[in-house]
Design a protein around this ligand. Structure first.
Ligand code: DGL
Length: 265
C-alpha cells in the first residue's frame, strides 16, 4: 500500500456523497474514487446474496483495479449485509463501514425516545438488531424501514410533494411518539435533512454519522502510516453503473463541482 494510492468509496447510488463530502473536508489531500452502483439500486429492496455479490464485485474493482489503500462502504445497507464477508475475504485491508448511530443518539437524547429511519434491509438486519441490543436498551427506539425514500434523492426530488408525503408517512408516528432525536440510518437521507427538519420541527435533533465515520477512517490511515501528505488538494473520480445524463446531473447538484465520470459495467 502506498500513501499516494486513492481511497475507494461505494454506495448503491449518490447517498454515499454525504460521507464523501465530509471526507473531503477532513482529508483534503487524499484522492478519492467513488463508485455509485445506480444500475443495481436500490439495495434496500434486494436480497442478502445480491448485496454481498455487488459489494464483492465493487471491492474487487476498487482494491484490485484502482489499487485503493482503503475502502469505505458508504452505505448502511451494504455494511449491514456485506461488510463481514468483505473483511473475512480481505483481512489485511482497511475496510470502514457505516451503521445507524444508536450509541450517540442514546447519549444525546434527553427523553430517551429516539427514531431511526433506514432501508427495510438495514432496519431488519441482524447487525442492526445486535446494535439495538447492545446500545439501545435504555431507550425507546422506533425503527422504520423507508422504501422509496432513496429514490427521491436519486431523482433529485429533495422537497417535492411526493417526497414530503413519504416522509410524513414514516415520521408522523415518530412525532406522535414524542421522539427528541432522529437517526438517519441511510446515507441518502442527509440530502433530505432540511425537509425532514421542517417536518419533525426544531425540537428534534437529527443525527447523521459522517463525521464519526471519517474520523475513524482517518485514525485507521494514521495507524497504517498511510495518510497522503502531497502538497496539492486531492482529486475525485466517479465510476457509475448505468451512467446517464439524469444521474450525472443529480450527482453534480449534490457534489457541487465538476468531476470526471466514467461508466462502470
Ligand atoms: N444509501 C444506502 C444506505 O445507506 C442504501 C439505499 C438503497 O440502495 O436502498 O443504506
Amino acid at each position: 500500500m502506498n500513501a499516494s494510492d486513492p481511497i475507494g468509496f461505494f454506495d448503491s447510488g449518490w447517498g454515499g456523497l454525504s460521507i464523501l463530502k465530509t471526507a473531503r473536508r477532513m482529508l483534503p489531500n487524499e484522492n478519492f474514487i467513488y463508485v455509485a452502483d445506480c444500475g443495481y439500486a436500490p439495495y434496500g429492496d434486494r436480497s442478502h446474496n445480491f448485496i454481498v455479490n455487488r459489494a464483492r464485485t465493487i471491492a474487487s474493482f476498487l482494491f484490485d483495479r484502482t489499487h485503493a489503500k482503503a475502502l469505505v462502504v458508504a452505505c448502511n445497507t451494504a455494511t449491514a449485509e456485506a461488510i463481514d464477508t468483505l473483511r473475512q475475504e480481505r483481512p489485511h485491508e482497511i475496510i470502514v463501514g457505516i451503521e445507524p448511530a444508536i450509541k450517540p443518539a442514546v447519549a444525546i437524547s434527553k427523553n430517551k425516545r429516539i427514531g431511526m429511519i433506514a432501508t427495510n434491509r438495514t432496519a431488519h438486519s441482524e447487525r442492526y438488531l445486535k446494535l439495538l441490543r447492545r446500545f439501545g436498551k435504555e431507550a425507546h427506539i422506533l425503527s422504520e424501514g423507508c422504501p422509496g425514500l432513496m429514490n427521491c434523492v436519486e431523482a433529485g426530488e429533495f422537497d417535492s410533494p411526493k417526497t414530503r408525503a413519504l416522509l410524513h408517512r414514516f415520521l408522523d408516528p415518530m412525532i406522535q411518539d414524542e421522539i427528541d432525536t432522529l437517526v438517519l440510518g441511510c446515507t441518502h437521507y442527509p440530502f433530505l435533512s432540511e425537509t425532514i427538519q421542517s417536518i419533525v420541527g426544531p425540537s428534534v435533533t437529527i443525527y447523521e454519522p459522517s463525521e464519526a465515520v471519517c474520523r475513524h477512517l482517518k485514525d485507521r490511515l494514521q495507524s497504517a502510516n498511510a495518510i497522503n501528505t502531497q502538497a496539492q488538494k486531492g482529486s475525485e473520480y466517479f465510476f457509475v453503473s448505468g451512467l446517464n445524463e439524469q444521474r450525472k446531473s443529480v450527482a453534480l447538484r449534490l457534489w457541487g463541482k465538476t468531476t470526471p465520470f466514467e461508466n462502470l459495467d
